[in-house]
Design a protein around this ligand. Structure first.
Ligand code: FMN
Length: 198
């Protein structure tokens, strides 16, 4: 019988990638983004995540091209309504948020009714896994990636524009593009502060 999935083996390049990768800043991304085939590969890898009972309790919205500017107009309108006195360049910043990167993927946590017994928390964790896996997949293909929420992940007006249903939440906006700046080091916790060996 052939083994579709061989036993785990050491893969030094993958270990090195995982040990050293860092997020890239959305504001330091540029064209080109992934082409259609590469984006599909990133989406395929990104949605291959732990998912208790195979519920796929998430969905993705991909923003590219003009759709990014359209979304920006919604952001600007909401921001302007809340901050009418802010300077015009601040409003423009909101309008151009999605234009920072050639591709932005909204990962929506969409928990399935719990009749089948998977706690909502576990389903939300699965959505978080999609976010990280998208970042890893994009970076493994040579692109910069950053997982952001920012204010608009939590704004009901933006949720309405995105078509979020009751119970759905934005797990993250994954910005993907060509990184124009090397990432700087980020302090990490001491293992002894976060790990207990028993
Ligand atoms: C749910 C979630 C939301 C985040 N939102 C933001 C954000 O709005 N702004 C920000 O600067 N970083 C945000 N981050 C942090 C970055 O995505 C990232 O974790 C950080 O830059 C370090 O990542 P790295 O370990 O991949 O380098 C968020 C992280 C998570 C998990």
């Amino acid at each position: 019988m052939s083994d579709a999935f061989p036993l785990p083996r050491r893969q030094d390049a993958v270990v090195d990638f995982l040990a050293h990768r860092r997020s890239n800043l959305a504001k330091a991304m540029d064209d080109p983004g992934p082409d259609a085939d590469t984006l599909e590969a990133i989406l395929r890898i990104g949605t291959r995540v732990p998912d208790h009972r195979k519920l796929s309790p998430w969905r993705l919205i991909v923003y590219q091209g003009e759709a990014r500017a359209v979304f920006g107009r919604t952001l600007e309108a909401a921001y302007r309504a809340d901050n009418p006195d802010h300077p015009e360049d601040r409003h423009r910043f909101e309008a151009e948020r999605f234009l920072r990167a050639p591709v932005v993927i909204a990962v929506i946590s969409a928990p399935v009714d719990c009749v089948r017994g998977t706690p909502v928390w576990e389903q939300q964790l699965s959505a978080g896994s999609v976010c990280l896996k998208l970042c890893l997949a994009a970076q493994a293909h040579g692109f910069g990636a950053q997982w952001l929420s920012e204010w608009y992940a939590y704004d009901p007006r933006i949720h309405a524009e995105m078509g979020l249903a009751e119970g759905e939440q934005v797990a993250g906006f994954i910005y993907i593009g060509t990184a124009t700046q090397a990432a700087t080091p980020r302090p990490r916790p001491d293992l002894s502060d976060v790990v207990t060996h028993v």
